[in-house]
Design a protein around this ligand. Structure first.
Ligand SMILES: Nc1ncnc2c1ncn2[C@@H]1O[C@H](COP(=O)(O)OP(=O)(O)O)[C@@H](O)[C@H]1O
Ligand SMILES: [Mg+2]
Length: 270
């Protein structure tokens, strides 16, 4: 399906001058699935926003699904954006909106203006919205208002919206941060299965290392705006992870040489 993406010498600083990303070189083949991990402040959200074309990089080249977004006309950019689905950590859903409307909004970028307006007034594809929600065991909440849901349920509505969108590139920014461990695991399982079935390129930032190790074939470690490692998951050692989170984990325990395998074995049993 999609054409993957590539970054060349990408750099970004936020307005107050702090460097959020620098010298990022990365590419992904169509249908590849990868997790991006690293301490908070590493630049994961900035990276995902750039990939979703919500933020324009200050330095470097980016190509997404075969296009350079910032060289496109506004019509072409809108078309590209309709093929990119970003699952937010806290989905920006209007509190009074019905779940069904929030899910259907996933396709607004693909629908005509008229169909979009009608959909906001009256849900045009209730079955489609139900099917997306049902994949996350949330079908029965179709007509609830968004402010009647918990944080974890809202995250699942945000995911259903992107599944309904049927993007070619699926991005997720800590998509299960408000869910309990069992539901987190199940939700990431569903997302990776969905991406495999549809051949969708999928990149998710995760703070739960075990889930990243368990479900993703490739892992990217980001720290202070730079890529520390980019490896097939079986090659990610406990030592690399300890270095990645060095300031967060007190007294990293480097003596347990078999720990890397232990982590992998433990996670595969979950
Ligand atoms: N809107 C912003 N304005 C200024 N600095 C920001 C903004 N958003 C993020 N940053 C800074 O950019 C760096 C990367 O942040 P972010 O991409 O949110 O990291 P992560 O998602 O890995 O926690 C951090 O130092 C953060 O403080
Ligand atoms: Mg973040």
């Amino acid at each position: 399906m999609g054409l993957g993406f590539s970054f060349e010498k990408l750099g970004y600083s936020h307005s107050k001058g702090k460097v959020a990303l620098q010298g990022i070189e990365l590419s992904a083949n169509p249908g590849e699935q990868m997790a991006i991990v690293g301490p908070s402040g590493a630049g994961k959200t900035t990276f995902l926003n750039i990939l979703a074309t919500g933020t324009r990089p200050l330095v470097g080249q980016i190509e997404i699904l075969g296009k350079r977004p910032w060289e496109l006309s506004s019509v072409e950019l809108k078309k590209l954006r309709s093929k990119i689905g970003l699952i937010h950590q806290a989905p920006p859903l209007p509190p009074k909106q019905r779940v069904v409307t929030a899910v259907l909004a996933g396709k607004l970028g693909q629908w005509s203006t008229l169909k979009s307006i009608i959909s906001l007034l009256y849900p045009v594809d209730i079955t489609g919205a139900y099917n997306s929600l049902a994949q996350l065991d949330l079908g029965e909440r179709l007509f609830d208002r968004c402010d009647q849901l918990s944080g974890g349920q809202l995250q699942r509505v945000g995911i259903a919206r992107v599944l309904y969108q049927e993007p070619e590139l699926m991005l997720a920014d800590e998509p299960v941060s408000a869910m309990d461990p069992v539901l987190s695991d199940l939700t990431i399982k569903r997302l990776t299965q969905y991406a495999s079935e549809k051949g969708v390129t999928f990149l998710a930032s995760l703070h739960d290392i075990e889930i990243a190790l368990k479900w993703f074939p490739r892992m990217i470690g980001l720290r202070e705006g730079k890529i520390m490692f980019d490896l097939p998951t079986p090659k990610v050692t406990q030592k690399l992870l300890q270095e990645l989170y060095a300031s967060e984990m007190d007294a990293p325990d480097l003596n347990r040489s078999a720990q890397s395998t232990a982590v992998l074995q433990k996670s595969s049993k979950l």
